[in-house]
Write a new protein. Structure first.
Length: 182
């Protein structure tokens, strides 16, 4: 916790991007992550407009990127898969335009949008490798790719992410159980 000596135990599935989000936020803020009370490592900007933008982009990632990327990999119907790939690439392009030349979405420090986008940085490269897709590449999205490398190399994020190999094996097994081996 941020103001206590008690250790918080987070229960959840190791391979879940949603559990990973909570883990990163807890490492940055502790359980009581009220930005008005604890000023260190703010997850949301102090400016109301910037805070609203951060919430918008976080929801955009959940609604537009996550669903389309997941369906791109785990949809059997080829036509439906192609549609989802296009939607995922279109959504990633919006994020590419939004990150600009910033280190993180909010500037120099990790914030809510970065935490929401952990799925893009860590899980999307794995599942696209498993499925043989090219959703998120450094050629298509150089700024977003630079952000993902910066984000994944942040000490708190590194400490919070699950080990890649077991997560990769899990999703590969899931993919192969649905579609057979590649």
């Amino acid at each position: 916790m941020a103001s206590s000596q008690e250790e918080v135990t987070l229960l959840g599935a190791t391979g879940s991007p949603f559990v990973c989000r909570v883990h990163i936020a807890l490492k940055l803020k502790g359980v009581e992550y009220i930005d008005e009370t604890w000023k260190n490592n703010p997850i949301l900007p102090s400016d109301p407009y910037q805070r609203a933008l951060a919430r918008f982009w976080s929801k955009f990632i959940d609604d537009k990127v996550f669903g389309a990327a997941w369906k791109s990999v785990f949809t059997a119907d080829e036509k439906e898969r192609e549609k989802n790939v296009e939607e995922a690439i279109e959504a990633l392009q919006f994020l590419e335009n939004e990150i600009k030349d910033k280190k993180f979405f909010g500037g120099e420090e990790i914030g809510l949008v970065d935490i929401a986008a952990v799925y893009i940085a860590f899980w999307v490269p794995m599942v696209q490798e498993i499925a043989g897709l090219e959703l998120f590449t450094s050629e298509k999205f150089p700024k977003l790719h630079n952000w993902s490398q910066e984000f994944l190399n942040h000490p708190i994020v590194k400490e919070s992410l699950p080990p890649r190999d077991p997560v990769f094996s899990f999703f590969k097994g899931l993919y192969e159980s649905l579609f057979g081996s590649k």
